[in-house]
Design a binder for this molecule. Structure first.
Ligand SMILES: Nc1ncnc2c1ncn2[C@@H]1O[C@H](COP(=O)(O)OP(=O)(O)O)[C@@H](O)[C@H]1O
Ligand SMILES: [Mg+2]
Length: 223
């Protein structure tokens, strides 16, 4: 379960403080598929980054699976993130000097998983890229890179999967492959899925849609 309480985020911009999130509060039950939507600049990526512990809020709390993430020090936060959170970025963020298989093995290696290699190959197979194990990101299409990124995000079987516009850079065919994969792996691993999207075909797959506007929640609907 994710519980976000009175989250505020302001950042200095042009000599003054600009409020990006203003008192965001919501709870995501275990295994829910939540879509966060809203206009560009409404604070979606900022919110997802705070959920992932990639940034700390100006005030407020984020609780995940019983842990107050916003109170953890750097080291514990990194450890918590590795064990509990998978993250998919819009622009893939693969390591360019590592092969597809090595990229997927990174989170497993960080956990000193002895079976990192075998598991990375299994995941490559699960995302339909068994024959691309030795390819570098530059040798893969955008859709293929994002499939590798999805496999990497699920590598540690994290209970929470976050994705920021995972289909934002892709054409319709690749987008639908990524959507299918996210949903299939999410089902298989029983994880909670929170994703930001502009893509109606992706938000349609959610159990619930939260709408942000100017750093406030202005809509919250089950579907
Ligand atoms: N590091 C930053 N410094 C200053 N302003 C920022 C920073 N990051 C984001 N913003 C501003 O915060 C607002 C929300 O950004 P963001 O969370 O990226 O929105 P979204 O993902 O919904 O498009 C935007 O107005 C953006 O310009
Ligand atoms: Mg964004």
């Amino acid at each position: 379960m994710i519980h976000v309480k009175e989250l505020h985020m302001s950042l200095p911009s042009g000599g003054r403080n600009v409020s990006i999130l203003s008192g965001v509060t919501f709870t995501v039950p275990e295994k829910q598929r939540l879509a966060i939507v809203g206009r560009s600049g409404s604070g979606k990526s900022t919110l997802l980054g705070l959920l992932a512990g990639l940034d700390s809020p100006s005030s407020g709390e984020v609780h995940m699976n019983g842990v107050c993430v916003t109170e953890l020090d750097e080291k514990r936060l990194a450890q918590f993130r590795r064990r509990n959170i998978g993250y998919v970025f819009q622009s893939y963020h693969l390591i360019s000097t590592l092969t597809a298989k090595e990229n997927i093995a990174v989170p497993l290696d960080l956990q000193h998983d002895q079976r990192a290699d075998t598991r990375a190959l299994e995941l490559l197979d699960a995302v339909g890229l068994a024959d691309r194990a030795k390819h570098y990101p530059a040798q893969l299409s955008g859709g293929e890179q994002q499939r590798v990124a999805v496999a990497r995000a699920f590598a540690n079987r994290p209970p929470i999967l976050l994705a920021d516009e995972p289909t934002g850079n892709l054409d319709a065919a690749s987008s639908s492959q990524i959507i299918d994969l996210l949903l299939r792996l999410n089902d298989e691993y029983d994880s909670t899925l929170v994703f930001v999207t502009h893509d109606p075909s992706l938000s349609r797959c959610a159990d619930r849609v939260v709408t942000l506007s100017d750093g406030h929640i202005v809509g919250d609907e089950l579907q």
